[in-house]
Write a protein that binds this ligand. Structure first.
Ligand code: PMP
Length: 288
């Protein structure tokens, strides 16, 4: 496998980063997870815009233009003969001395990994998933803006551990005020009386690219949508619940905190969203 590292493609056995990289030492960096569908990098511009915003928010000066990164993504996919897959794009603060200061981190590192994707099992989509709310909260926006897709995932990892410990694959994370923020690696939507509702990013949700695509589809399907505070109660009494994410796409949820959602089967409106989403994926992005 070829990895893009420091402006060139290298064999994965040669792709190494320094132990002094602040990405490793402090989680000081940002990333994107992107899908390649049928030779089309889905929503590449949107991912690169989010990456630039994340970089700006953490004051990381990326020395590459958007076009250079975009070309590097495509080059990495082509070098690995991929038509479908998952792309992990990581930008670290780079090598520096021990200590939090970014002053002597002169050279950010760009790493691009493009590989086959481990798809979620088909039964998640056919039967729907059961999830629970876990105690670990999503970061307070005043501590770390949830829109920054940073290398600091420890609170989400703790939430995932809690979920798995209890036998679940995903979990709802609340924000510090007790409102629903998102799941450990996916955004959450409910449908109630025909209306689509999702937490605003100010509630602690990452502005997911799949989330944005679902909002576009809602517009297209003439389904009204609101971004607002959502309680666990709102989720429990929803007619349908689903999760969105680059790897997951759109996953129906059939049980939350032991409350059956709707009739306990994947929802019909959720299925409409999934169908519309899958119809878009190889058309909306950059061709290799
Ligand atoms: N929230 C979190 C915390 C995430 O890590 C992700 C990405 N896996 C998402 C939501 C979904 O975002 P996207 O649709 O851009 O993958």
């Amino acid at each position: 496998m070829k990895i893009y590292l420091n402006d060139q493609l290298v064999d994965s056995s040669e792709a190494r980063v320094s132990v002094f990289d602040h990405g490793l030492l402090y989680g000081d960096g940002i990333f994107e997870g992107i899908r390649l569908y049928d030779g089309c990098v889905f929503k590449l511009e949107e991912h690169l815009e989010r990456l630039e915003y994340s970089a700006k928010a953490i004051m990381l000066d990326m020395p590459w233009t958007r076009e250079e990164i975009s070309n590097a993504v495509c080059e990495t996919c082509r070098a690995n003969n991929l038509e479908d897959g998952y792309i992990r794009l990581v930008v670290t603060r780079g090598v520096g001395s021990l200590g939090l200061s970014i002053k002597n981190c002169d050279q950010p590192q760009l790493i691009i990994i493009a590989d086959n994707i481990q798809l979620y099992p088909a039964e998640y989509y056919e039967q729907g998933l059961s999830i629970i709310t876990v105690p670990t909260r999503r970061c307070n926006p005043a501590a770390l803006p949830p829109s920054v897709k940073s290398l600091n995932y420890l609170n989400n990892i703790l939430a995932k551990i809690e979920a798995q410990h209890l036998g679940y694959h995903e979990a709802i994370m609340l924000n510090d005020q007790g409102y629903v923020a998102e799941c450990t690696g996916d955004n959450v939507f409910i449908i109630h009386k025909g209306e689509l509702i999702t937490p605003a990013s100010s509630s602690g949700a990452l502005k997911g690219i799949t989330r944005g695509t679902v909002l576009e589809i809602a517009d297209h399907l003439n389904i009204s949508c609101q971004e607002k505070n959502m309680t666990r109660y709102d989720v429990w009494v929803a007619d349908e619940v689903f999760l969105t994410g680059t790897a997951a796409e759109i996953v129906p949820i059939v049980e939350v905190d032991a409350r059956k959602i709707g009739d306990g089967k994947p929802g019909v409106i959720t299925a409409q969203f999934l169908e519309a989403f899958r119809g878009k994926v190889s058309l909306d992005g950059r061709k290799l």
